[in-house]
Structures are given as structure tokens and as C-alpha cells.
Design a binder for this molecule. Sequence first.
Ligand SMILES: Cc1cc2nc3c(=O)[nH]c(=O)nc-3n(C[C@H](O)[C@H](O)[C@H](O)COP(=O)(O)OP(=O)(O)OC[C@H]3O[C@@H](n4cnc5c(N)ncnc54)[C@H](O)[C@@H]3O)c2cc1C
Ligand SMILES: *[C@@H]1O[C@H](CO)[C@@H](O)[C@H](O)[C@H]1NC(C)=O
Ligand SMILES: *[C@@H]1O[C@H](CO)[C@@H](O)[C@H](O)[C@H]1NC(C)=O
Ligand SMILES: *[C@@H]1O[C@H](CO)[C@@H](O)[C@H](O)[C@H]1NC(C)=O
Ligand SMILES: *[C@@H]1O[C@H](CO)[C@@H](O)[C@H](O)[C@H]1NC(C)=O
Ligand SMILES: *[C@@H]1O[C@H](CO)[C@@H](O)[C@H](O)[C@H]1NC(C)=O
Ligand SMILES: *[C@@H]1O[C@H](CO)[C@@H](O)[C@H](O)[C@H]1NC(C)=O
Ligand SMILES: *[C@@H]1O[C@H](CO)[C@@H](O)[C@H](O)[C@H]1NC(C)=O
Ligand SMILES: *[C@@H]1O[C@H](CO)[C@@H](O)[C@H](O)[C@H]1NC(C)=O
Length: 505
Amino acid sequence: MRYPSLIRVFVTVQLLAGHATAAVYSNAATSVCCSLLAAALPNATFPRDMSNSSIYRIESTHFWSSTEWLDPTCVFLPTSTADVETGVAIFYHHDCPFSIRGGGHSAIRGAANIDDGILMSMRQIRDVTISEDRSSVVVGAGLTFGEIYSAVDREDLSIVGGRFGTVGTGLLLGAGFSYFNNRYGLAVDNVKRQVVVLANGTAVNASSMENTELHWALKGGGNNFGVVTHFDLFTIESTGVFGGRITYPESSLAALDEATYNYHTKVAVEDIDVHVLPTYVYDGVTNTTFGATPVVANANVTELPPSLSEWQQIEHSNYTLRNTRYGTLADELVAGFPNGLVQSHYTFTIYANKQFFSECLSLWRQFCQSFSYLDGFNGLHTVMPITQRAISEGIRRGGNPLGLERSVGTNQTLSVFYLGITFNKRADIEQVFPAWEIFIRTLQALAKERELLFPYIMLTYSDHNQQVLQSYGEQNVQRLQRVQRVYDPTLVFQRLVTGGQKLPL
Ligand SMILES: Cc1cc2nc3c(=O)[nH]c(=O)nc-3n(C[C@H](O)[C@H](O)[C@H](O)COP(=O)(O)OP(=O)(O)OC[C@H]3O[C@@H](n4cnc5c(N)ncnc54)[C@H](O)[C@@H]3O)c2cc1C
Ligand SMILES: *[C@@H]1O[C@H](CO)[C@@H](O)[C@H](O)[C@H]1NC(C)=O
Ligand SMILES: *[C@@H]1O[C@H](CO)[C@@H](O)[C@H](O)[C@H]1NC(C)=O
Ligand SMILES: *[C@@H]1O[C@H](CO)[C@@H](O)[C@H](O)[C@H]1NC(C)=O
Ligand SMILES: *[C@@H]1O[C@H](CO)[C@@H](O)[C@H](O)[C@H]1NC(C)=O
Ligand SMILES: *[C@@H]1O[C@H](CO)[C@@H](O)[C@H](O)[C@H]1NC(C)=O
Ligand SMILES: *[C@@H]1O[C@H](CO)[C@@H](O)[C@H](O)[C@H]1NC(C)=O
Ligand SMILES: *[C@@H]1O[C@H](CO)[C@@H](O)[C@H](O)[C@H]1NC(C)=O
Ligand SMILES: *[C@@H]1O[C@H](CO)[C@@H](O)[C@H](O)[C@H]1NC(C)=O
């Protein structure tokens, strides 16, 4: 055992109280931190204030999923790395629980917000600096991808980031599906450097030159190692994109299922400059399932390349593809994903398999149909490829902890499933979530029985009771634990930042 005394204390407390943070950390400790913060950074500290337009209220409820609406003791809005250093040093010295919020798109309760602790929102860290040689861009951790694309579009550059405008940079600590995956690998693999505030409140650079193990750990290690204030991202020369969304009626589902498999195993492998996000939507009001698929060619062209013609040929009801810029595209795609509904999503990974794709689609439809009566019920189902090229691009850029190289010998595409549900009222959670979890576990069991299951669970699409970091493989977990021992010897990011996917002790 490593840290015997610390572990014992922490584990005992967790066993005693289901809601460990509330029980262990009295409001008194947290209040001390909020007071010290208010004294040190008065303009960045906001006490509890539920009046309509207070910054406290905006920050504590501005989340994609209402499962994240919690009751922090105060909100901290740092505007610089120095502010974050001040804040973390206070939390460290006084043992105050805190959360770290990027774009607020995690649906996991407590991943980026906190009851009776400090909600640190990165929102005001928003600078964008393109390097002189244009090969990289430093972005503040409080920006959304829509904002980042718009800033670099103007300079005829792009980056490997999220596809939906309002999503935040927490994605760059998880994995990162992007328009550019097929050529450049995952978003985490295209981070050149992170600026990280460590547990003791000291900022360091992590890159292939400095703090290299920390740099590696942050390419999938989430909020377990520090607070990232800036990401330095490799850039891509880009003068424009051809893309948008194609909407398909229910009668096209079989053809879409076919096209999805073809995309995973052939198109994404052979034409690395295109991107498709095969997407099915279940609408509870009409009790129908339809396709709503982003289709993108990463070139400044005005028509679809032949490799994507299948998507155009399938009977569709709407087609928004045109020559545009990534910022505009990212804003268009996110329009149907408003903040503030109840959201839950699970993920798992398989080796691409046509029969499983079809069965999963059919079972998911049936599951959704059984909840059509629920107020505002919708389902979202996507299947996304990680090609062997994408995996090798990750290795070439220094590697990451995700353990994807365990598939290299097979030379097969990995297919990441995202299965999500949405509804209006938090009061309905108890009614749906248990059945939903069992349903997902059934699908995973089916994949396992068929010998299709690949152990990787993608952090950014996971739900709270999925064992994400464990899924990276034992060797990677041990290497991550070694990084933790060096950079966070007193386990601040375990004990005080309790939300989200944690590294096993
Ligand atoms: C509408 C929508 C579209 C999406 N599109 C994509 C997509 O195209 N590709 C993709 O890969 N994923 C996508 N996702 C998933 C997305 O990557 C995750 O939701 C991710 O967690 C979002 O990051 P965030 O900063 O918005 O979230 P947050 O909830 O703010 O943060 C997520 C986690 O990261 C931690 N974190 C955030 N910032 C920091 C920081 N600076 N330092 C340390 N820890 C931090 C938080 O503590 C939290 O645990 C999408 C999600 C939604 C809801
Ligand atoms: C806080 O903001 C006020 C008003 O803008 C300003 O006068 C003051 O100098 C600021 N204080 C600090 C510590 O930045
Ligand atoms: C606060 O918001 C609610 C709902 O949006 C509104 O009904 C109410 O009038 C607002 N109150 C104030 C004081 O603005
Ligand atoms: C990190 O690197 C940048 C760019 O090289 C440098 O300007 C900055 O001072 C470094 N910061 C730290 C904390 O070492
Ligand atoms: C929804 O549609 C399915 C078939 O597509 C049907 O079996 C089911 O009864 C419908 N549910 C409702 C509530 O109409
Ligand atoms: C990009 O394509 C558009 C549409 O054809 C064109 O108007 C624009 O000039 C192109 N930009 C560059 C830099 O080639
Ligand atoms: C197609 O989508 C666009 C963009 O969302 C929308 O403005 C338009 O009304 C849609 N057209 C049809 C026929 O649904
Ligand atoms: C891997 O698969 C691709 C696409 O199916 C194929 O072109 C390539 O030759 C295969 N490589 C190896 C080493 O088998
Ligand atoms: C902060 O922690 C790092 C990593 O453990 C360590 O190298 C550094 O010396 C510490 N700084 C201070 C001021 O204690």
C-alpha cells in the first residue's frame, strides 16, 4: 500500500457516509476558504446568492445537464493562472473541497460542480495566442470550442477540438472526437503543452520537454493531476470546410446502419480528410427515430467528395452542407442541444461489427419507445470510429494513457458507442436511470459474449458508475499513480476534488 494513513482515513470516511464530502467537510472549513479567497481576490469571489442574475447563480446552474445543478458555498472565477495559484494554495492549506468547471458539459453530478465547496469556473480565462510561426495556439481553459474555432478561423488555422460549439476544454483532458481524428488522432494527442496549477498552488508547464510524465497523464487523466489554465494546441492550416448536417427519415435507418459500418471500416480508414458522426435521434413526442448526421470534408471545397456520396444518396429530409468555417459549423451543430435538461449518457467500445451495430440500434429504439410517455423524453445514439491510423498518430505524438494500442495487433477500427437519454424533470430520474443503466450493461454483456468488447471506456462520454481510468489497463493505471505520487503527494485531487472520474488508489 502507498499512502497508508491517508488512504485509511479517506476510505473509512467514505464507507461511513455515502455523501462523504458533506459529512467530512463542514461548511465551516469551506467558509474559511471562501473568506480567504474573498480577501485575496475580492473581484473573483462570489458568495451564495440565488437572486436571478447573480454571477453565483449563473455559474452554479450554467450546465448542459440539470444533474449538475448543485449548491456550492461560493463561486471562484479566476481570470489568470496567478489567480488559480492563489485559490488552489488556499484550498490546499485549509483542506477545502472544490470543483473545476470548464464548459460544463459533463452530465455526471458533481463532476464540475459541488455542494458545500468552492465551484472554480474557468470561464474568465479566455486568452488566445497564436505562436509566431503559426504552428500552435495557446487557449485559455475557459473558452468553448466555438469560440476557439472562430478565433483561429480568422487566421486561416484550425485545431483538433470538439465538434459542438458550446463544449469546453475539459474534452482535452479526456479523449476528444474531432473533425480531424482520422488524420491527426484524438484531441488529447494534439495538445503540445498544458499549463497546470499543481496541488500546492504552483504552476508548471507540461510538454514533451518539461514534466513529460505529467503531460502524458493529462492526455486522458481528467481532473486528477492539477488545474489546467491553458492548453497549447498544435494548429492545422485551413481556409475553410465543407460540412453540415443531413437529416434522414425513419425509413432510412437500415441504409444508415449500413453506411455507418462502411464509414468505420472503410471510409474513415481510406479517406482521412473526411469526418462523419453517425447519429440517431429518438423523439418521444412523435415516437419516431430518425438520422441527424454531421457530415464533413476537411477542405475548402464546395461539393461533397466521392468518399461521402453514400450519405447524400440515402433518402433524406434536410441537408445543410455548404462551404463554411469551423466556428460556424460548430455553432450550427450544437443548436439542438440546449442547457438545463436531465441528461445521462453511457459509453463502451467494441471492434467494429455490423451485426452488433444493427442489434444495438434496434434494442436502443425499443428501450426509448418504452419511455415515450415521459415528459420531454429523447434519445441520442452515436457510433464513432477510432481508426488504427488515429491510434498510431497518438503514439507518434508521445502516447497517451488511454490504452488504445492494445488493439494494434488486430488492425481493426474501434467503435465507440455513445448512448444518451434526455428528459425534462429531475423528479423523473429515479424512474428512468436504474432501467437505463441495466439496459446499457445488457448491451455490454452482449458485446462481451460475442468477443467484440474492447475494454476502453471514453471519459468524456462516461456516466458516474463506469470505471473509466481502470479501463485504460493496469500498466497505465500504475504509471498514472506514479505521476500522482510525484505531483500530488497528498492526494489533493482525490480528497478535495471529488467529482468526475477518479484515478483508483
Ligand atoms: C452537446 C455536446 C457535444 C459534445 N461534443 C463532443 C465532441 O464533439 N467530441 C468529444 O470528444 N466530446 C464531446 N462531448 C463530450 C465532452 O467532451 C465532455 O462533456 C467534456 O467533459 C466537456 O468538457 P467541458 O469542459 O465542457 O465540461 P466540464 O463538465 O466543465 O468538465 C468536464 C470534466 O473535466 C474537468 N475539467 C474541466 N476543465 C478542467 C481544467 N481546466 N483543469 C482540470 N480539470 C478540468 C472537470 O472537473 C470535469 O470533471 C460533447 C458533449 C455535449 C454535451
Ligand atoms: C475590483 O474591482 C474594482 C472595480 O472595478 C476595482 O476598483 C478594484 O481595484 C478591483 N480590486 C482588485 C483587487 O482587483
Ligand atoms: C426571476 O426569474 C423568474 C423566472 O425567470 C421571473 O419570474 C422573476 O420575475 C424574476 N425575478 C426578478 C426579481 O427579476
Ligand atoms: C511555460 O512555458 C512558456 C512558454 O515557453 C513560458 O513563457 C512560461 O514562462 C512557462 N511557465 C512556467 C510556469 O514555467
Ligand atoms: C412507438 O412505436 C412503436 C413501433 O415503432 C410501437 O410498437 C409503440 O407501440 C409506439 N408507442 C406508442 C406509445 O405509441
Ligand atoms: C475557400 O472557398 C471559398 C468558396 O469556394 C472561396 O470563396 C474562398 O476564396 C476560398 N478561400 C481560399 C483562401 O482559398
Ligand atoms: C433544414 O435545416 C435548416 C437548418 O437547421 C433549417 O433552417 C431549415 O428550416 C430546415 N429545412 C427543412 C425542410 O426542415
Ligand atoms: C490493415 O487494414 C487495412 C484496411 O483494412 C489494410 O489496408 C492494411 O493493409 C492492413 N494492415 C495490416 C498490417 O494488416
Ligand atoms: C509543489 O509541488 C511540486 C510537485 O510535487 C514540487 O516540485 C514543488 O517543489 C512544490 N512547490 C512548493 C512551493 O512546495
